[in-house]
Design a protein around this ligand. Sequence first.
Ligand SMILES: Nc1ncnc2c1ncn2[C@@H]1O[C@H](COP(=O)(O)OP(=O)(O)OP(=O)(O)O)[C@@H](O)[C@H]1O
Length: 480
Amino acid sequence: MITVKNLTGGYAGGEVLKGISFEVCEGELFGILGPNGSGKTTLLKMISGALNFREGSIDVEGRPLTQYSPKQLARMMAVLPQHGEQAFPYSVKETVSLGRYAHQKGWFNSWHDEDEQIVQKVMEQTGITRLQDKSIVELSGGEKQRVFLAQALAQQPRILLLDEPTNHLDLSFQKELLDLLKKWAAEEELTVVSIFHDLNLASLYCDRLLLMENGEVLIVDTPAEVLKEERIKKVYKTQIKNHPHPEIAKPQLLLVPEADGGHDADFKIDARFLDVGQDRIVLQSPMNLRTMSSGITGAGIGWHSSFVHRVVPMEYDCSDHKAEMAEYLQENGFLPSETVGMMTAVPAETASYQLFEDGDLSIFIIVSAGNTHRDRPRNINTWLFINGKISEEAFIQSAMTAAEAKISVLNELEGSGAGSAGQSAGISTDSICIAAIQQGESIAYAGTATPLGKLISEGIYTCTKEAILKYRSSKAAFKH
Ligand SMILES: Nc1ncnc2c1ncn2[C@@H]1O[C@H](COP(=O)(O)OP(=O)(O)OP(=O)(O)O)[C@@H](O)[C@H]1O
């Protein structure tokens, strides 16, 4: 659809673009990225024919751009510039109607029903119908942006060139606009070339991305390839982390602010923060911990500061235990959004907890265990607090290492096979929460042969065994 070859040129002051080459296919949503001043707008101006280039070529539908008359070009492509400005106080509808100019033979007396219908349709699609009689000078930045987008769409172009289209738009209209462009690209084969400053939006919506640096193309590829953490850090000269989107397979980049340096280097989670009551065990951390858990609240991966292990009666039965747990937390002064919450019928006093240390490495473990006989539903809840900065691999390996240690206790106390899936109790309602302070030395791995893994194995073995034995000798064991 658009073929750019060796494009070179700029302004009177000097060359901005140096040997740019790429192709955009029909119906593609193509994003242009790059730091400030890298030449994105200059490139878009050249593609739209607004700025001449010195060397190279731009072909649109197989024909050199320079061979199109201005009117032919206007029927082919529409441009939404970065700062839509309007010199005259036209009404919204009049401004949108200007988009029909390229399709008209004369100007004043050739307004047809079709033009009216298209203008009404695009005003509706961009959510500005109710503003149609207002003067454009009375609109907010976001409303103006929609009007100029409607004007561009009224042109019914085959190619839409956009310079930061979501600038000024609120979150829901950003999404609406890009959903709309994506739909038009797919259904009406509209080709969209757009500059983005928001790399995450570009990742979510674009088929391919072109990343520019100092007037040159660094890479043209899919979002997953272009938005690699190391590349973006280098080009934008800033700290970022790449994190997959939770719902769709697209990368998302997160800024990492400078650390405030205010934390205590010797900080560790231990029994000082634990409160074992009659009906719950609470660990309240003074700061948020990175968590991976299967708790009722705070499940999955997140950041939490309150850890609540709530003891409920054996006959507890609730159709919506998540909602009921959230209510319980709220009533008891815990914010559900900051809390990992688990439930158990096992008495709090039978839980086992201990700090395990090996040199600078330390972990704090709490285990509550009940009904650990083969023929009954089992409930062992494990909390593992790691006083270190651990990788994502180490989170997963910690869970594996902890599970292995727990099973070896079950096998020891109940005979071989007790911990395996088919053999053990009808249902296992076990939960785990791993929480790391994410400060200090980085720890890459937590498999059984690593220092952290060894500490976890020892700690989980010790606490699980003690918790089971305490539970068995308690009155509760006879009742259950
Ligand atoms: N009209 C102009 N005359 C002279 N130089 C210009 C003109 N417009 C832009 N430039 C220069 O060209 C270079 C590239 O600018 P351009 O606007 O293309 O960058 P950009 O990547 O779109 O930047 P931004 O992200 O800040 O919008 C910059 O150094 C800029 O100063």
